[in-house]
Design a binder for this molecule. Structure first.
Ligand code: SAM
Ligand code: DTB
Ligand code: SF4
Length: 322
């Protein structure tokens, strides 16, 4: 039906964004059905394994040491506590457990502790994902040897808008880490944040960058900015929900075989907006009452939403639907 392309031009991506809404959603849903069960949504749960005191200046992030978002910093968690949280997430229906650390980059000794966590989570029968910041070649290879399934590292926005949001590392630093993860043979989870004051050309630019990577990321998280008091991006003009839904649809069209994850920001979305995101081709969510530090919808609410939409969670469907 379609070949996977890696040579998208900005004008082509902008033209998709500008299609009549019904045409865009129809195209995205049609392609989605070609590659996926349209009623299956993969469920990941997140845990912050090291919280706050981060040296970076990402303007959206409550974990930066530069902003006072009122959160209590926490050192790297003990392995047993992480495995306890993973078991709880699995019992609630998650098939993948994603562990996030507020680091610019991990130290080699941190990697060893994270690998113990990965081994423990895998032993439960869950897929593993970690997001630890920038990696060296040897750290990426060490994580692969330790059995890691996915590494999350986001481009966050377009190359042009990037320096408005982050100054302590470059776009190229991010592309370099993504290449190291890919070369190590780890699945790539890479996406961005919508609603940071960027314009249409930046949203198209972000998706174009993701689709033009040598291999499409297996997983593409599309986050809607969670505005946190104390961060520079607090007070950004709210995004038109229809623009967010269009972004999901264009991601689906550009990366037809990837899991597009409706990520942060669901707590601020109506059920109807989420339903349109699933129609546009989103087929993964973060599930559980916390993202890393901010609130996510209540689990009962999500179970009820899945039931009302006739969605199921594939492999873990029974646990999720109970
Ligand atoms: N410190 C590591 C890093 O930045 O690569 C890993 C953790 S970091 C919190 C992971 C991602 O969470 C960021 O790249 C960003 O896309 C997303 N994120 C953080 N704060 C957010 C917010 N307030 N709203 C939406 N997404 C956010
Ligand atoms: C991603 O793209 N979104 C997740 C995950 N990858 C690590 C993180 C969202 C964080 C939202 C703000 C918070 O809870 O601190
Ligand atoms: Fe640190 Fe990651 Fe937050 Fe940036 S997004 S401040 S690197 S925790």
């Amino acid at each position: 039906m379609s070949v996977l392309r890696h040579d998208w031009q900005l004008a082509e991506v902008q033209a998709l964004f500008n299609l009549p809404f019904n045409d865009l959603l129809f195209q995205a849903q049609t392609l989605h059905r070609h590659y996926f069960d349209p009623n299956e949504v993969q469920i990941s749960s997140l845990l912050s394994i090291k919280t706050g005191s981060c040296s970076e200046d990402c303007g959206y992030c409550p974990q930066s040491a530069r902003y006072d978002a009122g959160l209590t910093p926490e050192a790297l968690m003990p392995v047993e506590d992480v495995l306890q949280a993973a078991q709880t997430a699995q019992a609630q229906g998650a098939s993948r457990f994603c562990m996030g650390a507020a680091w610019r980059q991990p130290k080699d000794r941190d990697i060893e502790r994270v690998i113990e966590m990965v081994a423990g989570v895998k032993a439960l029968g869950m897929e593993t994902c970690v997001t630890l910041g920038m990696l060296s070649d040897s750290q990426a290879q060490r994580l692969k040897a330790g059995g890691l399934d996915y590494y999350n590292h986001n481009l966050d926005t377009s190359e042009d808008y990037y320096s408005e949001v982050i100054t302590t590392r470059t776009y190229q630093d991010r592309l370099d880490t993504l290449a190291r993860v890919r070369d190590a043979g780890i699945n790539v989870c890479c996406g961005g944040i919508i609603g940071m004051g960027e314009d249409e050309h930046d949203r198209a630019g972000l998706l174009m960058q993701l689709a033009n990577l040598p291999t499409h990321p297996e997983s593409v998280p599309i986050n809607m900015l969670v505005q946190v008091e104390g961060t520079p991006l607090m007070g950004t003009a709210p995004l038109d929900p229809l623009v967010f839904i269009r972004t999901i649809a264009v991601a689906r069209l550009l990366m037809p075989r990837s899991r597009v994850r409706l990520s942060a920001g669901r707590n601020e979305m109506s059920d109807e907006m989420q339903a349109l995101c699933f129609l546009a081709g989103a087929n993964s969510i973060f599930y559980g009452e916390k993202l890393l530090t901010t609130d996510n919808p209540m689990t009962m609410h999500d179970k009820n939403l899945f039931s009302r939409l006739g969605l199921h969670s594939g492999g873990s469907r029974h646990a999720f639907e109970n």
